[in-house]
Design a protein around this ligand. Structure first.
Ligand SMILES: *Cc1c(COP(=O)(O)O)cnc(C)c1O
Length: 413
């Protein structure tokens, strides 16, 4: 396993502080001289923002219009939101972060802020599937053409057109964790003046830094690891420049996106323990992945931290750790095996989303997998999110589910 992430912590960043230290302090209120004060920023709920006089109102409005992270109305969020934005911008190494009500709305915000009628976008074919819904229901109606490419097989330079404006990626991908060569793809896009955006949900922003590898925009479902407790919905977009902050900020305003101060607080609270949680998710998931790789009923395990995974070399080069997501395909391929296996599990809840402390299992729908050129057609595929339980309990549970469904298979035969 990656030595930096597990033993020495992450390498210090430009200002000399390690990310663990910055995560503990980013966005906390500054102490006021001579006064006792809380460690945490309060939950600031409001619709109306009051101004001491009209001149201040005008000055703050002008500064907001110029792209500053300043609130003149409750919809913009106040101190709690600014603190979270600052902490995420620090984590992602970006210029500014903007909050959205969900991960999907954050993705939609990125697409609407970077694309206009007549534009063309290149999107890797293994992205989070609802991105295609945004394309089909929204972008197509507004005259934007989205083209899906195979990260492993296609020459993207040949697909860049004069009207190509955006390269949108997700690495590792959803469901099968295909690792993309982001630095190489971003270098091609940059040569042609194409913006690069990457979904960074898998790493929680801790184990992967798309902005440092060539992306202009990093987007995350904070619903997952940033929040980390399955109790909040939130998305966040981090941009690398004032110009993009202004562009994304303008569309954010136009859409009227608003986030509750309570959600912002929960995610800020989750972020304080991101490093320790992810380290345990990674350790547990690695044990489970190794167990699955050695099981006779398993044809293939998808987990980039395993040396046998095709993405392992790229993962080692570009990432400092792995998440708790592990998928696997059954060797026997019987259609009902996936559902029966999941129904036999005792310690895994059946449910979408992931990134909380609890383990989850879900069958990856073949119609979703078939969107990915990375999939070899084998299945059924089960996606596990490995939580913070003891890994031996989880492995025992998986073992009894393999046995129970193997018997069922024999009874049917
Ligand atoms: C869950 C997820 C999203 C969407 O996040 P929501 O907060 O559920 O809208 C986006 N990208 C990836 C990779 C995800 O797993």
């Amino acid at each position: 396993m990656n030595r930096e992430a597990t033993q020495d912590g992450h390498a210090p960043r430009a200002d000399g502080l390690h990310i663990e230290t910055r995560l503990a302090h980013a966005g906390t209120p500054a102490p006021v001289d001579g006064r006792a004060g809380p460690v945490n920023v309060p939950v600031v709920r409001t619709s109306t923002v009051r101004f001491p006089n009209t001149a201040t109102h005008a000055a703050l409005s002008a500064s907001r219009a110029a792209g500053a992270a300043v609130a003149t109305y409750g919809r913009h969020g106040l101190d709690t939101h600014r603190a979270l934005e600052e902490a995420v911008a620090t984590l992602e190494g970006g210029y500014r972060a903007l909050l959205a009500p969900s991960g999907l709305s954050a993705i939609t915000l990125v697409l609407l802020a970077t694309l206009a009628a007549g534009d063309h976008a290149l999107v890797s074919d293994s992205v989070y599937s609802p991105v295609r819904k945004v394309d089909h229901t929204l972008l197509q109606r507004y005259g934007v053409e989205v083209e899906y490419f195979s990260p492993a097989h296609d020459d993207i330079e040949a697909r860049i057109r004069p009207n190509t404006r955006l390269l949108y990626l997700e690495s590792p991908s959803s469901l099968l964790y295909e690792v993309l060569d982001l630095p190489a793809l971003a270098a091609i896009a940059r040569r042609h003046g194409v913006l690069v955006a990457a979904d960074n949900t898998w790493s929680g922003g801790l184990y992967y830094r798309p902005l440092a590898l060539g992306a202009h925009i990093s987007v995350q479902a904070a619903t997952k690891y940033l929040g980390g407790h399955s109790d909040a919905m939130l998305g966040v977009v981090t941009v690398d420049s004032p110009e993009l902050a202004r562009r994304v900020g303008a569309i954010h305003d136009a859409l009227g996106l608003s986030v509750s101060a309570d959600e912002a607080y929960l995610v800020l609270r989750g972020l304080r323990t991101l490093d320790v949680r992810l380290a345990r998710h990674q350790a547990n998931a690695t044990e489970v992945a190794r167990y699955l790789a050695g099981h006779a009923d398993v044809a293939r395990v998808y987990y980039p931290a395993l040396p046998a995974d095709p993405g392992h070399a790229l993962w080692q080069r570009d990432f400092t750790g792995a998440s708790g997501l592990v998928s696997f395909a059954f060797r026997d391929g019987a259609a009902r095996r996936g559902a029966d296996f999941i129904d036999s599990l005792r310690h895994f809840a059946i449910g979408a989303s992931w990134g909380g402390y609890e383990s989850l299992a879900l069958e990856a729908a073949p119609e979703r997998l078939s969107e990915h050129s990375y999939w070899n057609g084998h299945g059924p595929v089960v996606r596990l999110h490995i939580g913070l339980e003891h890994p031996r309990d989880l492995i025992q549970d998986l073992a009894q589910a393999f046995e129970a469904t193997d018997l069922a298979a024999r009874r049917i035969a």
